[in-house]
Structures are given as C-alpha cells and as structure tokens.
Design a protein around this ligand. Structure first.
Ligand SMILES: O=C(O)CC1=CCC(=O)O1
Length: 270
C-alpha cells in the first residue's frame, strides 16, 4: 500500500508501472467510492500504460481533513500527488466528481494534462438546492437514509438483482465512506461550475457516459462534450453511473481507442 502526507492529509494511492514512454493515466474516483471501482479497467490497461489511482480526501483510506471541501482542495491534492511522484504530464480520467476535479486541474495547471477522459460527469452536476438538501438529509439520517436512491443512479436494474454479489459489496462501499468526507465533497460539487472553463479546454478530450446513468445522464454529458472544442462523445451500453464497474470491458475499449492515436508517436526514452 502506498501513502503520502500532503496538504495536511494522508492520501492513499496505488501506482502500477507501465511503459516509460507512455503517459501515466490517473484515475479519480466518484462521490462515495474508493479507488477499487477502477480495478476491472486497470487489469485491462496494465502493461500498456503506467497507472495511478488514489482515494481523494474524505474517501477510502485517505484522511478526511478539514471539511467542507472545494474542488480546489481536491485539485491541490492531485497536484501534490503528481509532484510527489514526479509525474509531469498525465492523462486524467475522472468519474463524476472526479471529472470535476479533472476539469479543475486543467483550469489551473494545463501543463500537467496530456488528455482528459471525462466519465459520467458534467461542467455542472445538479443544483445548489439539490446538494444542500442531500447534505441536510445525511446530517439527519446518515448515509443509510440516501443509499438506496444513490444505488438506483449508480447501477442498472440488472446489476441490482439479488443474485449479484457485487451489488451489496458496492452498497457497503458507499455506506463505509466517512460521513464528513462524503458531505464535504457534496459541498464541493454544489459550488462547482466549469461551464466557461470547459470552452477553453484544448487537449484531446473524451466524454463518456453509461446509457442508463441516473446521476449525469447522456444528454448532460453530451452538453459537456459540446462545450469542449473537438471533444469525442461515447455512450456505454447497459451501464449506469459507474461503467468502470458495470461495463469495464466496453469502457476500456473506448479508452484504448481514444488513447492509441495519441500515443502512437511516443518513442522510448533514452
Ligand atoms: O451520488 C450520486 O448521485 C452520483 C454522483 C454525483 C456526483 C458523484 O461523484 O457521484
């Protein structure tokens, strides 16, 4: 296990080595998850690219630190982690709030970004009122009070069938996140708006979404793709909000097809 202390918190991360001439792909997890959601994508990409995943603050084995957060707090952590690992430029793949963090990184440090993969995310997710009411509901009844509604947005009905052992596992994942880390990140999403920033993105960008995503539906992700000059837009069939869990093979195929022309000219170092 790999840990680093920066910006007053301990962050949990994982590096999987790959060809040095290829860019590192960094994976940022969504609200209420930890980096294990990427496992089935990582196993397919391992060996082709160096890979970095981490638990954003308030999630997984990373510290909670001071709450509430802003997207900038999460971006500070990502910059710190990249500097710690001496990663000078990476492909940034963010899911949902992870996609907001990816957009925030690009807005502040475009030099660190070779390409963006914006997965089930948007320039703005939900409304101020929606996030304020989710925070209030959690403060009153805990994550138990909202988990079933969240699961309906995360996963398709077939994934939620009682005979699928992965479903209760991912439900547990959400329920075991620190409440303050979860609500602190809700506040960051509530306050984030990258509508203008998205129009200034000039690196290759893939916007991808599950066809049954109940949190950032295909129309919303398409509107993000339309804001970003030359963004590619792809829809993953039979997936909700977390295609890396439900359809890792299809997501991996879309990622590989997007990245392969970008890296075809990369030469080995030395
Ligand atoms: O919890 C949800 O509704 C889905 C979600 C929104 C932002 C995020 O990261 O996950």
């Amino acid at each position: 296990m790999q840990f680093v202390q920066l910006n007053g918190v301990t962050l949990h991360y994982q590096v999987i080595g790959g060809p040095a001439q290829r860019p590192v792909i960094v994976f940022i997890n969504s609200l209420g998850t930890d980096f294990r959601i990427w496992r089935d994508v990582l196993v397919r990409l391992a060996g082709d690219y160096p890979l970095l995943t981490y638990d954003k603050r308030g999630h997984g084995l990373s510290d909670v630190g001071q709450t509430p957060y802003s997207i900038d707090d999460h971006v500070d952590d990502l910059i710190g982690l990249l500097e710690h690992l001496d990663v000078r430029q990476a492909v940034i793949c963010g899911l949902s709030v992870g996609g907001l963090i990816a957009q925030g990184l690009y807005a502040r440090r475009p030099d660190l970004v070779r390409a963006l993969i914006l997965c089930d995310t948007a320039h703005k997710i939900g409304t101020f009122e929606m996030w304020a009411s989710r925070i209030n509901a959690i403060n009153e009844s805990g994550l138990e009070g909202i988990v079933d509604g969240v699961m309906e947005r995360w996963f398709t009905p077939s994934f939620r069938e009682p005979d699928n052992p992965a479903f209760p596992g991912y439900r547990n994942m959400m329920l075991r996140q620190p409440v303050a880390g979860y609500t602190g990140t809700c506040a960051a999403i509530r306050d984030a708006d990258f509508t203008v920033a998205a129009t200034k993105i000039s690196v290759p960008t893939l916007c991808v979404v599950g066809d049954q995503d109940g949190a950032t539906p295909p129309d919303l992700v398409l509107s993000l793709a339309k804001l970003i000059p030359s963004a590619r837009y792809e829809v993953i069939k039979d997936a909700g909000h977390i295609p890396c869990v439900e359809q890792p093979e299809a997501l991996n195929a879309v990622i590989e097809a997007f990245l392969s022309p970008l890296v075809s000219g990369d030469q080995p170092h030395g």
